[in-house]
Design a protein around this ligand. Structure first.
Ligand code: GLU
Length: 694
């Protein structure tokens, strides 16, 4: 059931079914530590953080060292050319603060920034690799501010590992090699970055040495001068000149005026736990909490991990929550966000009644959370465009004193805008493309505004004390990854590492579902039968790094994701790096293909056969995929080699499909107009056997 590779997991756990301790997420056979731990997407950045903890630094010191190292060892994901949200739990005051170092729009922009001469949005591919896409970066100011406020070390000390890595070079790992290869055209568009990542035109490969002298120079300048060299000095001047050269309109005043903001987390309860997550300008925390609170109305544990019953309700909950996200969530310094209303129990209960247990609902719209607020405002909704998913990085840290950091940090897409500051060696974000290209909504481009984010650094608390720090990259999929990790730990009682490696799904609106390798075929078929449409191929979703604290034993545990070289490193043990997943062996090609309303259904060679010119599919998978009650079709069943099959044409025609056979493609095509949304949804919801009745 684990995504990617079970082999990897077997090396981490002594037993296939780990023994569960009283604390969810803790596998009693796993090694913990009492003296501090980090979970990071790259082993060298993890080591930078671990060594700071070992030297006596606290979680904030370690987080600063990790971020600066990531800029060097994972330069395509985050760095001083980007922004992020660092959530800090301080043990002494039992408080959570967040430093918001999100990029802001330069002063000289209008809501029409991304429209062409005819008033149409410039295509994403074009607009994200342009100076206009670059927001004024915040990461360095964020680190400097948190170090000054809560750190015990100086920038001078925590920047040392990053400078070493940039000067001496780091070995390119499989993940970095893959991202360089996938983005080669973007890197070559402006040339500067290609000289670093694809010298002489050849993309660096796994095992090659990545040396970054220009970046080392910049880090040394920062070491000597602090963030001033970026916000009011030569590095900033080079940045602004490059942005303007590439079509943007940033000024040194934009750099000088950049401020980080302290934010309060949004908070909500989930099955006796408290979840504190990222507030606006991120949509992350509110949307994660909405999904959890919708799912709280079901007996999630009884449904089972990644069962069709579970995933159907989860996908429907996502549709409800993401519809509200699009309508109501943006930079709260510009538009009020109905934070109470969105999480009000009465609102959530009413929204949950829109979930039909037996079918996907096509017509989900945003609700009206304002009715549960004291003040009212209307939603300004614009259609949400489907954009490629961004990438980022998330890491979690806990120190020996019990302070935690949950930090999601980004330059938006892999390698951001593709623009590297010449002579200074760091990538610039394309965060401005997180604004809607279309004016009119709460998330339109405006000067000095922060684009709506999905980043969701999260802390889960029990009895007022944090027990888990978690987060993920992946643009809007972040929300789904964080919610699923929490559900896997709290409801499904999976040990943290398994909770992370369990395959995830994502869908922001009906009917398209993205999914990770490892979701069983019968589950996919059953969900197709309920009206969801799965991407034809699974793909990775997110990259979760988390830590858990077991207050009873005083031990800390970490979990890391294998979509990159995720690494957990405790000060005195509890260390591992996940291995690269083995590519799945593709199943033998089916005898013919079945396409339903244009979508290929995943039947395999042993489930399909043609006899005397008639196509058959094994009875159980066919009825699952078409969403029909098997008993009603028994009359048609034919037995071959002891296995029951159904004739495709006769079965589908009985269900009202038009059936055609495409000989050249050996494909049976089924077509039917989708049924209108049922007005019986509320009744169906009331009869849901997994609904918790209070
Ligand atoms: N730009 C994204 C956001 O703020 C983060 C990057 C990503 O992982 O997609 O939501």
């Amino acid at each position: 059931m684990l995504k990617k590779s079970i082999v990897t997991m077997m090396t981490l756990f002594s037993a296939v079914t780990p023994a569960l301790a009283a604390v969810p997420g803790v596998d009693s056979s796993a090694e913990g530590t009492a003296n501090g731990i980090v979970a990071v997407s790259h082993p060298l950045a993890a080591e930078a953080g671990r060594s700071i903890l070992q030297q006596g630094g606290n979680a904030v010191d370690a987080a600063a060292a990790i971020q600066l190292s990531l800029n060097v060892v994972e330069p395509m994901m985050s760095g001083i050319g980007g922004g992020g949200f660092m959530m800090i739990y301080r043990k002494d005051s039992n408080k959570i603060d967040i430093i918001d170092s999100r990029e802001v729009a330069p002063a000289n922009v209008t809501p029409k920034l991304f429209l062409d001469a005819n008033g149409h949005p410039v295509p994403f591919e074009e607009r994200h690799t342009n100076g206009k896409a670059v927001g004024v970066p915040g990461t360095l100011k964020g680190i400097e501010t948190t170090l000054a406020q809560y750190g015990t070390m100086t920038l001078n000390e925590v920047i040392a590992p990053a400078i070493d890595h940039a000067e001496q070079g780091v070995t390119v790992n499989w993940a970095t090699a893959k991202y360089i290869q996938n983005n080669i055209q973007k890197l070559q568009k402006f040339g500067t970055a290609a000289n670093v990542f694809a010298p002489g035109g050849s993309p660096l490969k796994e095992g090659d040495l990545l040396v970054q002298p220009d970046l080392a120079k910049t880090l040394r300048l920062i070491k000597e001068n602090g963030s001033d060299v970026l916000y009011n000095g030569e590095v900033g001047e080079a940045l602004v000149a490059e942005v303007n050269k590439r079509g943007g309109s940033m000024t040194m005043d934009d750099m000088r005026n950049y401020t980080v903001e302290w934010r309060e987390p949004v908070r909500g309860t989930y099955r006796g736990y408290e979840v504190a997550s990222m507030s606006p300008p991120s949509s992350g925390g509110l949307t994660v909490l909405q999904i959890l609170k919708l799912m709280e109305g079901y007996d999630v544990q009884a449904m089972g991990v990644n069962s069709a019953d579970y995933l159907h309700r989860l996908l429907e909950s996502m549709h409800l929550a993401y519809a509200d996200r699009a309508a109501f969530m943006a930079d709260e310094d510009f538009y009020p966000v109905p934070k109470q209303g969105l999480l009000d129990d009465r609102y959530i209960n009413a929204r949950r009644q829109l979930i039909n247990p037996s079918a996907a609902t096509p017509s989900i719209q945003a609700g009206d959370p304002w009715q549960y607020e004291d003040t009212a405002a209307s939603a300004k909704n614009v259609p949400q465009e489907k954009k490629p998913t961004g990438q980022t990085t998330h890491f979690s840290v806990m120190d020996r004193w019990g302070n935690l950091v949950s930090y999601t940090t980004t330059i938006e897409m892999e390698f951001g805008s593709g623009i590297m500051v010449p002579g200074y060696g760091f990538m610039l974000n394309n965060e401005m493309t997180d604004f809607d290209a279309e004016p009119g909504g709460v998330n339109q481009v405006e000067p000095g505004k922060r684009p709506r984010s999905s980043m969701s650094p999260t802390l889960v608390l029990k009895d007022g004390r944090p027990f888990m720090a978690v987060g993920s990259p992946g643009g809007p999929t972040i929300i789904a990854s964080v919610a699923q990790t929490i559900l896997n730990v709290i409801d499904h009682r999976l040990p943290l590492q398994q909770a992370i490696l369990t395959p995830r799904v994502y869908s922001s609106s009906y009917p398209h579902v993205e999914w990770e390798p490892g979701i069983p075929q019968e589950v996919v078929l059953e969900l197709l039968g309920k009206g969801h449409r799965f991407a034809e191929k699974p793909d990775d979703i997110g990259n979760v790094q988390a830590v858990i604290f077991d207050a009873d034993s005083g031990k800390m545990y970490g979990g890391a994701d294998n979509t990159r070289e995720g690494t957990v490193s405790g000060v005195d043990g509890a260390a591992f790096t996940v291995s690269r997943p083995q590519p799945a062996v593709p199943p033998m090609e089916a005898v013919f293909t079945l396409k339903v309303n244009g979508l290929t259904y995943p039947y395999t060679a042993d489930q399909t056969l043609i006899k005397d010119g008639i196509s058959y599919i094994a009875a159980a998978p066919l009825t699952l995929g078409l969403g029909i009650d098997r008993s009603s079709l028994t009359a048609n069943t034919v037995v071959f080699d002891g296995q029951p099959y159904l004739p495709v044409r006769a079965t589908a025609e009985a269900l009202g499909y038009d059936v055609t056979w495409n000989d050249s493609e050996r494909t049976v095509l089924l077509a039917k107009e989708m049924e209108k949304a049922s007005d019986q949804v509320e009744k169906a919801y009331q009869e849901d056997k997994f609904k918790i009745t209070r």
